[in-house]
Design a protein around this ligand. Structure first.
Ligand code: GDP
Ligand code: MN
Length: 417
Protein backbone atom coordinates (compact mmCIF):
# COMPACT_ATOMS: atom_id res chain seq x y z
CA UNK A 1 0.00 0.00 0.00
CA UNK A 2 1.24 3.48 -0.74
CA UNK A 3 0.40 4.75 2.74
CA UNK A 4 3.48 4.35 4.85
CA UNK A 5 3.65 3.74 8.57
CA UNK A 6 4.97 6.55 10.76
CA UNK A 7 8.41 5.02 11.24
CA UNK A 8 8.81 4.40 7.49
CA UNK A 9 7.74 7.94 6.61
CA UNK A 10 10.12 9.34 9.21
CA UNK A 11 13.00 7.33 7.74
CA UNK A 12 12.41 9.00 4.37
CA UNK A 13 12.07 12.41 5.99
CA UNK A 14 15.38 11.85 7.74
CA UNK A 15 17.00 10.92 4.41
CA UNK A 16 15.61 14.14 2.93
CA UNK A 17 17.40 16.12 5.63
CA UNK A 18 14.50 16.78 7.98
CA UNK A 19 14.90 16.64 11.77
CA UNK A 20 13.30 13.50 13.16
CA UNK A 21 13.59 12.09 16.71
CA UNK A 22 16.13 9.27 17.07
CA UNK A 23 14.40 5.90 17.13
CA UNK A 24 13.51 2.60 15.49
CA UNK A 25 10.62 0.19 15.09
CA UNK A 26 10.30 -2.86 17.35
CA UNK A 27 8.21 -6.01 16.89
CA UNK A 28 8.56 -7.34 20.42
CA UNK A 29 8.75 -5.97 23.98
CA UNK A 30 12.33 -7.25 24.19
CA UNK A 31 13.33 -5.30 21.11
CA UNK A 32 11.63 -2.18 22.52
CA UNK A 33 13.65 -2.65 25.71
CA UNK A 34 16.85 -2.88 23.74
CA UNK A 35 16.15 0.19 21.58
CA UNK A 36 15.18 2.26 24.62
CA UNK A 37 18.47 1.18 26.20
CA UNK A 38 20.43 2.31 23.15
CA UNK A 39 18.65 5.68 23.11
CA UNK A 40 19.51 6.02 26.80
CA UNK A 41 16.85 8.64 27.55
CA UNK A 42 13.10 8.72 28.19
CA UNK A 43 11.26 7.46 25.10
CA UNK A 44 7.89 7.53 23.36
CA UNK A 45 6.47 4.11 22.45
CA UNK A 46 4.00 4.47 19.58
CA UNK A 47 1.74 1.92 17.86
CA UNK A 48 2.46 1.64 14.14
CA UNK A 49 -0.85 1.40 12.28
CA UNK A 50 -2.50 3.14 9.34
CA UNK A 51 -4.73 5.13 11.62
CA UNK A 52 -4.56 8.44 13.43
CA UNK A 53 -5.84 9.41 16.83
CA UNK A 54 -3.37 7.11 18.57
CA UNK A 55 -2.58 9.76 21.15
CA UNK A 56 -6.17 9.78 22.37
CA UNK A 57 -6.58 6.00 22.33
CA UNK A 58 -3.57 5.28 24.56
CA UNK A 59 -1.42 3.95 21.76
CA UNK A 60 1.31 6.53 22.40
CA UNK A 61 3.04 5.98 25.73
CA UNK A 62 5.76 8.17 27.21
CA UNK A 63 8.13 6.29 29.51
CA UNK A 64 11.39 6.86 31.38
CA UNK A 65 13.26 3.53 31.42
CA UNK A 66 13.90 0.55 29.12
CA UNK A 67 11.86 -1.62 31.52
CA UNK A 68 8.91 0.75 31.15
CA UNK A 69 9.39 0.76 27.37
CA UNK A 70 9.19 -3.04 27.40
CA UNK A 71 5.97 -2.92 29.42
CA UNK A 72 4.50 -0.22 27.17
CA UNK A 73 5.33 -2.24 24.05
CA UNK A 74 3.79 -5.35 25.63
CA UNK A 75 0.61 -3.41 26.32
CA UNK A 76 0.35 -2.01 22.78
CA UNK A 77 1.62 -4.88 20.58
CA UNK A 78 -1.07 -7.35 19.59
CA UNK A 79 -3.93 -4.94 20.22
CA UNK A 80 -6.13 -3.59 17.47
CA UNK A 81 -6.61 0.06 16.58
CA UNK A 82 -9.53 0.92 14.30
CA UNK A 83 -9.39 -2.61 12.89
CA UNK A 84 -5.63 -2.63 12.30
CA UNK A 85 -3.59 -5.14 14.31
CA UNK A 86 -0.53 -3.56 15.93
CA UNK A 87 2.53 -5.55 14.85
CA UNK A 88 5.16 -2.92 15.51
CA UNK A 89 5.82 -0.01 17.81
CA UNK A 90 8.12 2.92 17.20
CA UNK A 91 10.50 3.54 20.08
CA UNK A 92 12.00 7.02 19.84
CA UNK A 93 13.51 9.68 22.05
CA UNK A 94 10.88 11.60 23.97
CA UNK A 95 10.81 15.24 23.05
CA UNK A 96 10.50 18.03 25.59
CA UNK A 97 7.61 19.70 23.82
CA UNK A 98 7.28 23.48 24.10
CA UNK A 99 4.70 23.82 21.33
CA UNK A 100 2.96 21.67 18.70
CA UNK A 101 2.37 22.88 15.14
CA UNK A 102 0.63 21.35 12.17
CA UNK A 103 1.96 21.06 8.65
CA UNK A 104 0.71 19.13 5.65
CA UNK A 105 1.04 19.21 1.89
CA UNK A 106 -1.82 17.80 -0.16
CA UNK A 107 -2.97 18.11 -3.75
CA UNK A 108 -5.67 20.74 -4.02
CA UNK A 109 -7.71 19.73 -7.04
CA UNK A 110 -10.15 22.65 -6.85
CA UNK A 111 -10.54 24.47 -10.15
CA UNK A 112 -8.84 27.66 -8.95
CA UNK A 113 -5.92 25.75 -7.40
CA UNK A 114 -4.97 22.50 -9.10
CA UNK A 115 -1.62 22.36 -7.40
CA UNK A 116 0.05 21.12 -4.24
CA UNK A 117 -1.06 23.13 -1.24
CA UNK A 118 0.78 23.52 2.03
CA UNK A 119 -1.29 24.04 5.16
CA UNK A 120 0.23 25.26 8.38
CA UNK A 121 -1.18 25.95 11.79
CA UNK A 122 0.19 26.95 15.17
CA UNK A 123 -2.53 24.76 16.68
CA UNK A 124 -0.95 21.35 16.13
CA UNK A 125 -1.35 18.04 17.89
CA UNK A 126 -5.09 17.79 17.48
CA UNK A 127 -7.35 16.88 14.57
CA UNK A 128 -7.02 19.60 11.98
CA UNK A 129 -10.80 19.49 11.57
CA UNK A 130 -11.17 20.92 15.06
CA UNK A 131 -8.81 23.85 14.40
CA UNK A 132 -10.66 27.10 13.63
CA UNK A 133 -10.44 28.15 9.99
CA UNK A 134 -8.69 31.46 10.77
CA UNK A 135 -5.85 29.53 12.40
CA UNK A 136 -5.05 27.54 9.24
CA UNK A 137 -2.72 29.15 6.71
CA UNK A 138 -2.49 27.97 3.13
CA UNK A 139 0.17 28.29 0.52
CA UNK A 140 -0.28 27.17 -3.07
CA UNK A 141 2.90 25.75 -4.55
CA UNK A 142 3.68 25.92 -8.24
CA UNK A 143 5.26 22.48 -8.72
CA UNK A 144 7.54 23.79 -11.46
CA UNK A 145 8.92 26.60 -9.34
CA UNK A 146 8.82 24.88 -5.98
CA UNK A 147 8.71 26.51 -2.59
CA UNK A 148 11.14 29.29 -1.78
CA UNK A 149 12.19 30.42 1.68
CA UNK A 150 10.60 33.85 1.17
CA UNK A 151 7.21 32.33 0.25
CA UNK A 152 7.32 30.33 3.43
CA UNK A 153 8.43 33.29 5.53
CA UNK A 154 5.56 35.34 4.16
CA UNK A 155 3.04 32.78 5.33
CA UNK A 156 4.77 32.17 8.65
CA UNK A 157 4.64 35.88 9.50
CA UNK A 158 0.89 35.82 8.92
CA UNK A 159 0.64 32.74 11.13
CA UNK A 160 2.35 34.69 13.92
CA UNK A 161 5.69 32.87 14.13
CA UNK A 162 8.11 35.17 15.99
CA UNK A 163 10.98 36.69 14.03
CA UNK A 164 13.78 34.74 15.69
CA UNK A 165 12.21 31.41 14.61
CA UNK A 166 11.09 32.41 11.12
CA UNK A 167 14.11 31.07 9.30
CA UNK A 168 14.10 27.72 11.12
CA UNK A 169 10.46 27.15 10.25
CA UNK A 170 10.92 28.34 6.68
CA UNK A 171 13.86 26.01 6.16
CA UNK A 172 11.84 23.15 7.61
CA UNK A 173 8.95 23.86 5.21
CA UNK A 174 11.24 24.11 2.19
CA UNK A 175 12.82 20.74 3.03
CA UNK A 176 9.37 19.33 3.72
CA UNK A 177 8.31 20.35 0.22
CA UNK A 178 11.54 18.81 -1.06
CA UNK A 179 10.58 15.49 0.52
CA UNK A 180 7.07 15.74 -0.91
CA UNK A 181 8.52 16.21 -4.37
CA UNK A 182 11.30 13.67 -4.03
CA UNK A 183 8.99 10.85 -2.94
CA UNK A 184 6.09 11.79 -5.24
CA UNK A 185 3.75 12.12 -2.29
CA UNK A 186 0.04 12.52 -2.50
CA UNK A 187 -0.11 13.61 1.11
CA UNK A 188 2.70 14.43 3.51
CA UNK A 189 1.66 15.43 6.99
CA UNK A 190 3.45 16.10 10.22
CA UNK A 191 1.20 16.63 13.20
CA UNK A 192 2.67 17.64 15.50
CA UNK A 193 5.66 19.51 14.21
CA UNK A 194 7.30 20.04 17.56
CA UNK A 195 9.27 22.96 18.90
CA UNK A 196 11.26 21.69 21.86
CA UNK A 197 12.00 23.56 25.06
CA UNK A 198 15.50 24.25 23.68
CA UNK A 199 14.07 25.76 20.48
CA UNK A 200 14.62 22.88 18.04
CA UNK A 201 12.11 21.70 15.45
CA UNK A 202 11.24 18.01 15.01
CA UNK A 203 8.81 16.11 12.84
CA UNK A 204 7.24 14.20 15.73
CA UNK A 205 4.70 12.35 13.62
CA UNK A 206 4.53 11.52 9.91
CA UNK A 207 1.83 10.44 7.51
CA UNK A 208 3.31 9.82 4.12
CA UNK A 209 1.12 8.70 1.27
CA UNK A 210 2.94 8.11 -2.00
CA UNK A 211 0.93 8.69 -5.16
CA UNK A 212 -0.09 5.22 -6.33
CA UNK A 213 0.80 6.05 -9.92
CA UNK A 214 4.33 7.02 -8.95
CA UNK A 215 5.18 4.04 -6.81
CA UNK A 216 6.98 2.41 -9.72
CA UNK A 217 9.47 5.30 -9.63
CA UNK A 218 10.46 4.40 -6.10
CA UNK A 219 11.77 0.85 -5.90
CA UNK A 220 13.94 2.05 -2.99
CA UNK A 221 10.79 2.45 -0.91
CA UNK A 222 9.87 -1.22 -1.25
CA UNK A 223 6.11 -0.56 -1.43
CA UNK A 224 4.51 -3.93 -2.05
CA UNK A 225 1.09 -2.81 -3.28
CA UNK A 226 0.37 0.62 -4.73
CA UNK A 227 -3.22 0.64 -3.61
CA UNK A 228 -5.35 2.01 -0.80
CA UNK A 229 -6.95 -1.15 0.44
CA UNK A 230 -8.05 -0.03 3.89
CA UNK A 231 -6.78 -3.33 5.26
CA UNK A 232 -3.60 -5.36 5.32
CA UNK A 233 -2.99 -7.01 1.95
CA UNK A 234 -4.39 -10.53 1.64
CA UNK A 235 -3.11 -13.18 -0.74
CA UNK A 236 -5.86 -12.14 -3.15
CA UNK A 237 -4.74 -8.51 -2.97
CA UNK A 238 -1.18 -9.50 -3.78
CA UNK A 239 -2.35 -11.57 -6.76
CA UNK A 240 -4.65 -8.74 -7.88
CA UNK A 241 -1.91 -6.17 -7.74
CA UNK A 242 0.35 -8.47 -9.73
CA UNK A 243 -2.10 -8.26 -12.63
CA UNK A 244 -2.28 -4.48 -12.63
CA UNK A 245 1.39 -3.90 -12.03
CA UNK A 246 2.59 -5.49 -15.22
CA UNK A 247 -0.28 -4.74 -17.59
CA UNK A 248 -1.66 -1.23 -17.99
CA UNK A 249 -4.16 -2.02 -20.77
CA UNK A 250 -7.49 -1.04 -19.19
CA UNK A 251 -8.04 -1.53 -15.48
CA UNK A 252 -7.86 -4.94 -13.86
CA UNK A 253 -8.58 -4.24 -10.25
CA UNK A 254 -9.22 -6.93 -7.63
CA UNK A 255 -9.20 -6.59 -3.88
CA UNK A 256 -10.62 -8.62 -1.04
CA UNK A 257 -13.50 -7.34 1.08
CA UNK A 258 -13.27 -9.51 4.19
CA UNK A 259 -15.48 -12.29 5.46
CA UNK A 260 -18.18 -12.41 8.08
CA UNK A 261 -19.16 -15.94 9.11
CA UNK A 262 -22.80 -14.98 9.58
CA UNK A 263 -23.43 -13.92 6.01
CA UNK A 264 -25.80 -16.20 4.06
CA UNK A 265 -23.48 -16.33 1.07
CA UNK A 266 -20.43 -14.80 -0.55
CA UNK A 267 -20.20 -14.04 -4.21
CA UNK A 268 -17.13 -13.73 -6.41
CA UNK A 269 -17.91 -10.25 -7.62
CA UNK A 270 -16.84 -9.08 -11.05
CA UNK A 271 -18.48 -5.82 -12.05
CA UNK A 272 -17.34 -3.86 -15.08
CA UNK A 273 -16.76 -0.20 -14.24
CA UNK A 274 -17.55 1.97 -11.22
CA UNK A 275 -21.22 2.76 -11.86
CA UNK A 276 -21.84 -0.80 -12.81
CA UNK A 277 -20.19 -1.89 -9.57
CA UNK A 278 -22.64 0.22 -7.59
CA UNK A 279 -25.63 -1.30 -9.38
CA UNK A 280 -24.21 -4.76 -8.84
CA UNK A 281 -23.95 -3.98 -5.14
CA UNK A 282 -27.62 -3.06 -5.24
CA UNK A 283 -28.39 -6.45 -6.75
CA UNK A 284 -26.43 -8.22 -3.99
CA UNK A 285 -27.70 -6.03 -1.13
CA UNK A 286 -31.32 -6.52 -2.15
CA UNK A 287 -31.01 -10.24 -1.53
CA UNK A 288 -28.51 -10.03 1.31
CA UNK A 289 -25.61 -11.65 -0.52
CA UNK A 290 -22.13 -10.30 0.08
CA UNK A 291 -19.25 -9.62 -2.29
CA UNK A 292 -16.14 -11.57 -1.30
CA UNK A 293 -14.08 -9.10 -3.27
CA UNK A 294 -14.26 -5.95 -5.29
CA UNK A 295 -13.13 -6.06 -8.89
CA UNK A 296 -13.24 -3.90 -11.98
CA UNK A 297 -12.33 -4.65 -15.56
CA UNK A 298 -13.21 -1.48 -17.44
CA UNK A 299 -11.40 0.88 -19.79
CA UNK A 300 -11.26 -1.80 -22.47
CA UNK A 301 -8.79 -4.30 -21.05
CA UNK A 302 -7.64 -7.14 -23.25
CA UNK A 303 -9.10 -10.63 -22.80
CA UNK A 304 -5.91 -11.97 -21.24
CA UNK A 305 -6.09 -9.38 -18.49
CA UNK A 306 -9.80 -9.97 -17.85
CA UNK A 307 -9.04 -13.68 -17.73
CA UNK A 308 -6.50 -13.18 -14.96
CA UNK A 309 -8.92 -11.04 -12.94
CA UNK A 310 -11.80 -13.50 -13.32
CA UNK A 311 -9.49 -16.37 -12.43
CA UNK A 312 -8.45 -14.66 -9.20
CA UNK A 313 -12.08 -13.82 -8.35
CA UNK A 314 -13.15 -17.41 -8.93
CA UNK A 315 -10.21 -18.87 -7.04
CA UNK A 316 -11.69 -17.72 -3.71
CA UNK A 317 -12.49 -20.93 -1.84
CA UNK A 318 -15.51 -19.70 0.14
CA UNK A 319 -17.71 -18.32 -2.63
CA UNK A 320 -21.14 -19.69 -3.48
CA UNK A 321 -21.51 -17.92 -6.78
CA UNK A 322 -20.04 -15.63 -9.41
CA UNK A 323 -21.58 -12.43 -10.72
CA UNK A 324 -20.28 -10.85 -13.90
CA UNK A 325 -22.05 -7.52 -13.63
CA UNK A 326 -22.06 -5.48 -16.81
CA UNK A 327 -24.77 -3.15 -15.51
CA UNK A 328 -24.29 -0.61 -18.29
CA UNK A 329 -24.24 -0.33 -22.05
CA UNK A 330 -20.49 -0.45 -22.31
CA UNK A 331 -18.80 1.09 -25.32
CA UNK A 332 -15.89 -1.26 -24.85
CA UNK A 333 -16.13 -4.34 -27.00
CA UNK A 334 -17.67 -6.88 -24.70
CA UNK A 335 -16.43 -9.92 -26.54
CA UNK A 336 -13.10 -9.62 -24.72
CA UNK A 337 -15.05 -10.25 -21.52
CA UNK A 338 -16.96 -13.09 -23.16
CA UNK A 339 -13.80 -14.85 -24.33
CA UNK A 340 -12.06 -14.39 -20.98
CA UNK A 341 -14.98 -15.59 -18.89
CA UNK A 342 -15.57 -18.62 -21.11
CA UNK A 343 -11.96 -19.67 -20.73
CA UNK A 344 -12.02 -19.24 -16.96
CA UNK A 345 -15.32 -21.03 -16.44
CA UNK A 346 -14.25 -23.92 -18.65
CA UNK A 347 -11.34 -24.35 -16.26
CA UNK A 348 -13.18 -23.67 -13.01
CA UNK A 349 -16.62 -25.27 -13.36
CA UNK A 350 -15.40 -28.86 -13.69
CA UNK A 351 -13.65 -28.27 -10.32
CA UNK A 352 -16.66 -26.49 -8.77
CA UNK A 353 -19.61 -28.24 -10.41
CA UNK A 354 -22.93 -26.43 -10.11
CA UNK A 355 -21.39 -23.12 -9.02
CA UNK A 356 -24.00 -20.40 -9.70
CA UNK A 357 -22.83 -18.00 -12.42
CA UNK A 358 -24.95 -15.05 -13.46
CA UNK A 359 -23.40 -13.34 -16.44
CA UNK A 360 -24.71 -9.97 -17.59
CA UNK A 361 -23.04 -8.33 -20.57
CA UNK A 362 -24.34 -5.60 -22.81
CA UNK A 363 -23.20 -2.79 -25.03
CA UNK A 364 -20.87 -2.83 -27.99
CA UNK A 365 -20.75 -6.27 -29.72
CA UNK A 366 -23.39 -7.54 -27.32
CA UNK A 367 -25.01 -10.13 -29.55
CA UNK A 368 -21.68 -11.62 -30.52
CA UNK A 369 -20.57 -11.61 -26.87
CA UNK A 370 -23.67 -13.42 -25.66
CA UNK A 371 -23.25 -15.96 -28.47
CA UNK A 372 -19.65 -16.56 -27.37
CA UNK A 373 -20.80 -17.14 -23.78
CA UNK A 374 -23.60 -19.52 -24.81
CA UNK A 375 -21.52 -21.45 -27.28
CA UNK A 376 -18.44 -21.60 -25.05
CA UNK A 377 -20.27 -22.80 -21.95
CA UNK A 378 -22.86 -25.14 -23.38
CA UNK A 379 -21.20 -28.53 -22.86
CA UNK A 380 -18.91 -27.72 -19.98
CA UNK A 381 -19.03 -30.27 -17.18
CA UNK A 382 -20.39 -28.56 -14.07
CA UNK A 383 -22.01 -25.67 -15.97
CA UNK A 384 -25.47 -26.45 -14.61
CA UNK A 385 -26.27 -23.09 -13.04
CA UNK A 386 -25.06 -20.63 -15.63
CA UNK A 387 -27.48 -17.91 -16.67
CA UNK A 388 -26.63 -15.39 -19.37
CA UNK A 389 -28.36 -12.03 -19.76
CA UNK A 390 -28.08 -9.00 -22.02
CA UNK A 391 -29.49 -5.49 -22.36
CA UNK A 392 -33.05 -6.43 -21.41
CA UNK A 393 -31.83 -6.68 -17.80
CA UNK A 394 -29.19 -3.95 -17.75
CA UNK A 395 -30.91 -1.87 -15.06
CA UNK A 396 -32.80 -4.75 -13.53
CA UNK A 397 -30.82 -5.19 -10.32
CA UNK A 398 -33.78 -6.80 -8.56
CA UNK A 399 -34.10 -9.49 -11.18
CA UNK A 400 -30.38 -10.25 -11.32
CA UNK A 401 -30.16 -10.40 -7.53
CA UNK A 402 -33.17 -12.72 -7.33
CA UNK A 403 -31.77 -15.08 -9.98
CA UNK A 404 -28.44 -15.25 -8.22
CA UNK A 405 -30.07 -15.88 -4.84
CA UNK A 406 -32.26 -18.68 -6.23
CA UNK A 407 -29.22 -20.42 -7.71
CA UNK A 408 -27.13 -19.88 -4.56
CA UNK A 409 -29.85 -21.48 -2.41
CA UNK A 410 -29.98 -24.54 -4.67
CA UNK A 411 -26.21 -24.80 -4.64
CA UNK A 412 -25.93 -24.50 -0.87
CA UNK A 413 -28.70 -27.07 -0.46
CA UNK A 414 -26.85 -29.44 -2.78
CA UNK A 415 -23.59 -28.94 -0.88
CA UNK A 416 -25.29 -29.79 2.43
CA UNK A 417 -26.46 -33.18 1.10
P1 GDP B 1 -1.57 10.44 16.54
O1 GDP B 1 -2.45 10.85 17.69
O2 GDP B 1 -1.90 9.07 16.04
O3 GDP B 1 -1.53 11.45 15.46
O4 GDP B 1 -0.08 10.32 17.14
P2 GDP B 1 1.05 11.47 17.36
O5 GDP B 1 2.34 10.93 16.91
O6 GDP B 1 0.64 12.75 16.75
O7 GDP B 1 1.11 11.62 18.94
C1 GDP B 1 0.00 12.14 19.67
C2 GDP B 1 0.46 13.08 20.75
O8 GDP B 1 1.35 12.41 21.63
C3 GDP B 1 1.24 14.28 20.26
O9 GDP B 1 0.41 15.33 19.83
C4 GDP B 1 2.05 14.66 21.48
O10 GDP B 1 1.29 15.50 22.33
C5 GDP B 1 2.30 13.33 22.16
N1 GDP B 1 3.67 12.91 21.84
C6 GDP B 1 4.09 12.16 20.80
N2 GDP B 1 5.43 12.00 20.82
C7 GDP B 1 5.86 12.69 21.92
C8 GDP B 1 7.14 12.94 22.48
O11 GDP B 1 8.17 12.49 21.99
N3 GDP B 1 7.19 13.69 23.62
C9 GDP B 1 6.07 14.18 24.20
N4 GDP B 1 6.19 14.93 25.31
N5 GDP B 1 4.86 14.00 23.69
C10 GDP B 1 4.75 13.25 22.56
MN1 MN C 1 -0.33 12.92 14.84
Amino acid sequence: MAKLLEYQGKEWLRKAGLPVPVGRAASSPEEAYQIAGEIGKPVAVKAQVQAGGRGKSGAVKLVNTPEEARAAAAAILGTEIKGYPVRQVLVEEKLAIAHEYYVTIIVNSARDARCPMLMFSTEGGMDIESVPEEKIFRLYINPLEGLEVYDAVDMLVKAGIPNDHLLDFANFLVKFWGAYRKYDCFTLETNPLVMTASGELYAADCKMDVDNSSVYRHPEMGIEIARDLGHEPTELDVLGWGIEKTDLRGSGFVMSMGFDEKSPGYIGYHPIGGGSAMMGMDALNNVNLKPANYADTSGNPVASKIYRVAKVVLSQPNIDGYLLGGFMMANQEQWHHAHAVVKVLREVLPQKPGLPCVLLLCGNKEEESLAILREGLKDVPGATRVEIYGREHVTDTDFIGQRLLALVKEYQEEKRK
